[in-house]
Design a protein around this ligand. Structure first.
Ligand SMILES: [Zn+2]
Ligand SMILES: [Zn+2]
Length: 153
């Protein structure tokens, strides 16, 4: 299959995953599955969070698409797109924002600063509602980006 189409499918599934993550975060995790997401907002002393269940749930479609897609020219790039999104989510949310592994990766460019700020505002609510900034990797309100541009001038 055309490389360009393959790349487009990878890119599209990556982008779609942020939409799905945003939707699930807003309407499911802060909705009827709040009891699984709550410990990500109300920190406990446990390293593992019930919230980590969602990581497994999100990894599953990628795994299945990769396994069943090995011979399928459409399913394979979908699986790769979801996998890349999972890695981006892991890097941005677990490492850069929450420093979960204490790797001390600090990136202070405009984008990361904006993403971090937006997510910190999301975490300033310890309850189910109200809350905003449900995106993780790039669905963040524009004014965070604009403000972080402002800081540098
Ligand atoms: Zn949340
Ligand atoms: Zn978080």
């Amino acid at each position: 299959m055309n490389t360009l189409i393959t790349l487009f499918i990878i890119f599209f599934s990556f982008a779609a995953m942020e939409g799905i993550a945003w939707f699930s975060h807003k309407y499911i995790m802060h909705g009827f599955l709040w009891k699984l997401h709550r410990d990500h907002h109300q920190k406990t002393n446990n390293w593992w969070e019930l919230n980590d269940i969602f990581v497994i749930v999100f990894a599953l479609p990628s795994f299945l698409a990769l396994v069943f897609g090995l011979k399928d020219p459409i399913l394979l790039p979908i699986g790769i797109g979801i996998l890349l999104y999972g890695l981006a989510y892991f890097f941005v949310h677990e490492i850069l924002i929450h420093n979960r592994f204490k790797w001390g990766v600090i990136s202070d460019n405009r984008y990361f600063r904006a993403v971090r700020r937006a997510h910190k505002v999301h975490h300033s609510y310890s309850d189910k509602n109200p809350s905003d900034n449900f995106g993780f990797v790039f669905l963040i309100p524009l004014h965070y980006l604009r403000n972080s541009f402002k800081d540098e001038s």
